[in-house]
Design a binder for this molecule. Structure first.
Ligand code: ZN
Length: 124
């Protein structure tokens, strides 16, 4: 994809780091140019819930995945998540629906809250 960048008169390419939503580490650089009317923030989130390569490797290694709390109407994440062992996730949900290469599951907030309460009960 090729897009022309209009340079910001004061900040030029006006770069910002795109960070992983889980570990906060930079995963790419965004050149905002003049599309950002002020100086670009140091770090931004691009709206993607896909973990960075490092996080994906750690999840794979530890056999874990993120459960994202989502709005039941459209499954947009609320920003809250639980890191859970994949074997437990497979016990809670139909194993056929858990694909080997996925690291996130969007869970409607009602069910998410239920899971969170169960974890709380279990840790007390
Ligand atoms: Zn990460």
């Amino acid at each position: 994809m090729t897009r022309n960048i209009r340079l910001h008169p004061e900040y030029g390419f006006n770069p910002s780091m795109i960070v992983c939503p889980y570990c906060g580490e930079p995963k790419a650089i965004a050149l905002l140019g003049n599309s950002c009317k002020k100086e670009a923030p140091h770090a931004i989130w691009d709206g993607s819930y896909t973990p960075c390569d490092d996080c994906q490797n750690k999840l794979k290694e530890k056999n874990q995945m993120y459960l994202l709390n989502t709005n039941p109407a459209d499954l947009t994440p609320t920003g809250e998540y639980i890191l859970m062992n994949k074997s437990i996730v497979e016990k809670i949900f139909d194993k056929d629906n858990i694909k080997e290469d996925i690291y996130i599951a969007r869970i409607p907030s009602e069910i998410f809250t239920e899971i969170k309460e169960k974890i709380k009960e279990g840790s007390n």
